[in-house]
Design a binder for this molecule. Sequence first.
Ligand SMILES: C[S@@+](CC[C@H](N)C(=O)[O-])C[C@H]1O[C@@H](n2cnc3c(N)ncnc32)[C@H](O)[C@@H]1O
Length: 252
Amino acid sequence: MGEIDPDRAHPARIYDYLLGGACNFEPDRVLAERILEVMPGAAEAARVNRAFLRRAVRYCADQGIQQFLDLGSGIPTVGNVHETAPGSRVAYIDNDPIAVAHSEIELADTPTAEAVLGDLCDPDGVLDAEPVRRLIKPDEPVAVLMVAVLHFIPEPYDALARYVAAMPSGSYLALTHGTVDTKPPSSGDVINLYENSGSSVAPRSREEVAALCDGLAIVEPGVVWTPEWHPDAPLTADPRDAMAYAVVARKP
Ligand SMILES: C[S@@+](CC[C@H](N)C(=O)[O-])C[C@H]1O[C@@H](n2cnc3c(N)ncnc32)[C@H](O)[C@@H]1O
């Protein structure tokens, strides 16, 4: 973490390319195009994921949440958390220095939000970071967002437990998570492409995603395909095309 290696494709910049962004290098674009060759729905899946983030943030804000810890926040794009929940306090955490540098530029005029370079697998480092301590009040309910990030982490369990332990009652965890439950024929190719570029990939089943919320009360409609989570409009495509589950859970 902390070093920019423009010769290696990185999930933050691959995702940015899939979303039509410009914060990516040649290796990111090459890998993203190879992913699109074997899985043409990957760009739409990225947009669907991003749309969930906005719905989940709105939901949490409607429940009275005024502070957000966005872990694996990525490169700023349409519908960042501080824009979707204006007036809230937001700490953006990512382990990609490019994502953090772009977030710092985006947030230059927003004193209530800050970007921090950090590894979500180091919860003490994240929670002790000065901007996090300044923005996130430990005794006030918080929404912890882990959107499209845990499938890059084979062993997130201890870190997750630490974040959940730090969340006061009334806090929320919101996440999306890639899966191969529908056995998409090209999923093995996509996993190989990521792994050959140095990223770990850990798709999880619906039950495994539910287990990530152990100790929390999963809110309706449960662990569902991402487009099915409180959709803004009737669905027009097969929700399984998202290749990811979404869930929001509340700490009792
Ligand atoms: C697919 S993007 C998702 C971005 C954003 N959460 C969203 O859903 O729009 C995954 C992000 O997680 C970040 N990431 C991956 N592993 C991480 C880790 N261990 N700690 C912090 N960020 C991580 C990547 O750099 C990338 O920006």
